[in-house]
Ligand binder design. Structure first.
Ligand SMILES: [Zn+2]
Length: 435
């Protein structure tokens, strides 16, 4: 939003005072978010506020939600690294993935923006980042040099053949509209490509390459194809969706997941330490975990521990009850007050994801803080490739109802986790889209 015209100094001071008041109130509200359910029991207690590494916050800004994302020249850090990696993956960037937003990164961002019809300012703001990490992000296409209009071509249409059609197909292919053979036959594919070119250039989309179409096509005004992102990828997958367990969707008290294995016997202890003897997890998820940690080992990241996995509703109930009791006996609280105090740190029985046997709390043996470790960084970057998601993220606290937990991963299956990562969707959002 931009303010037009002049604002008197007095009004400006008033507005500033108002903004300060809002910031103070918001800061207080953020503190109150500590009243969210927190998993307790065997969950490690980080020494610092849990915050996932995928979040960007402008330095010095209060923790407001949603946090505006803006990366530009002189930005540094993990978010920049991720940006560079993504740009590299798509072919826009060939420099070092060093987390430093320099001239090369800016040029790559500009190229991405201009290819996607965005303002090519070289600043990775919210719309650029959203598109970049979405399924709609296209690979880099080198700008084709404009070629002169072939003199003899006046009109090409279905059934046309020869050199002029070949040139037409080649030009359409260079711009990304045509993916068929450059064979000089004006068939269905060529007509379709011409139609899409026309509609994206404000021409009559009749599929006939007439004078106007050809002139524009061979000029430097010809733009590359724009592929519109569609939510279809999610709909295709809606047959076998991940299980949702949260406050609104508690699990049945008698639910026991199928295929539980004893992780302390099942897993190679040199790969991962299981903190508590007899900890169980669903076999498919444990297999995925092992596969993931083997990959981590190849990357030189070892020394992993699982502090929690499957927990029955009964177990959760007794943890909950003993907390309530302790508040009543030791702090002299009424039952009602003891329950609400307990809810600040212990999930209501039935609402913990650990009931599914598909969630694991990942830690480093001997340390209480997971955030900031190299294991944490690796996990947040790669777990998606093995079917896991970082279930409770900072920017999704309002939706999940849980404070961010850097250590808690949830197995959903590769086909889902990859889409969730690409589109930055938490499970609630993902399932909403898949409906
Ligand atoms: Zn957990």
């Amino acid at each position: 939003m931009r303010k037009k015209g002049r604002v008197s100094a007095f009004a400006l001071i008033l507005i500033l005072a108002l903004i300060c008041a809002i910031l103070l109130i918001t800061a207080a509200a953020v503190d109150n978010q500590r009243t969210y359910n927190r998993e307790k029991a065997v969950t490690p207690t980080p020494s610092i506020t849990p915050r996932t590494v995928r979040i960007t916050e402008a330095p010095g800004q209060p923790t407001l939600s949603p946090t505006p994302r803006l990366l530009q020249v002189n930005s540094v850090g993990l978010e920049v690294k991720e940006l560079q990696e993504r740009l590299r993956e798509l072919g826009y960037y060939s420099g070092d993935v060093d987390g430093q937003y320099g001239g090369g990164t800016r040029t790559a961002v500009q190229a991405f923006q201009s290819q996607h019809g965005l303002d090519a300012d070289g600043i990775a703001g919210e719309s650029t980042l959203n598109l970049l990490y979405s399924a709609g992000a296209q690979r880099f296409v080198a700008t084709p040099t404009p070629s002169p209009t072939p003199e003899t071509a006046a009109m090409l249409t279905s059934g046309s053949q020869g050199e002029q059609v070949k040139k037409l197909q080649q030009r359409l292919a260079d711009l990304g509209f045509y993916t068929g053979k450059v064979d000089g036959d004006y068939g269905k594919g060529t007509r379709q490509a011409v139609t899409v070119f026309q509609s994206q250039h404000g021409l009559d989309a009749d599929g006939i390459a007439g004078e106007k179409t050809l002139k524009l096509l061979y000029s430097d005004q010809a733009k590359k194809v724009v592929v519109t992102p569609t939510p279809e990828a999610i709909q295709v997958l809606s047959g076998n969706l991940p299980l949702l367990v949260n406050k609104e969707h508690p699990i049945d008290a008698n639910f026991v997941p199928a295929g539980l294995v004893d992780m302390s016997k099942y897993c190679d202890s040199s790969l991962v330490k299981i903190k508590y003897q007899g900890t169980q997890g669903v076999r498919e998820a444990v297999d995925a975990l092992v596969e993931m940690l083997q990959a981590a080992k190849k990357d030189g990241v070892t020394n992993w521990q699982v502090s929690a996995a499957y927990r029955s509703v009964k177990d959760q109930q007794s943890i909950f009850d003993s907390n309530v009791k302790s508040y009543m006996n030791n702090n002299g609280l009424s039952k009602e007050k003891a329950v609400s105090a307990t809810r600040k740190t212990v999930a209501d029985p039935g609402t913990s994801e650990h009931h599914t046997g598909l969630a694991f709390d990942m830690t480093v043996p001997g340390t209480s803080a997971f955030l900031g470790t190299k294991q944490c960084t690796w996990l947040h970057a790669h777990c998606w490739d093995y079917g896991f998601v970082i279930r409770y993220q900072k920017d999704k606290e309002d939706i999940t109802g849980f404070l961010a937990e850097a250590w808690h991963i949830r197995y959903v299956g590769k086909e889902h986790s990859k889409v969730m990562q690409e589109r930055n969707l938490c499970l609630e959002e993902y399932l909403e889209l898949a409906k």
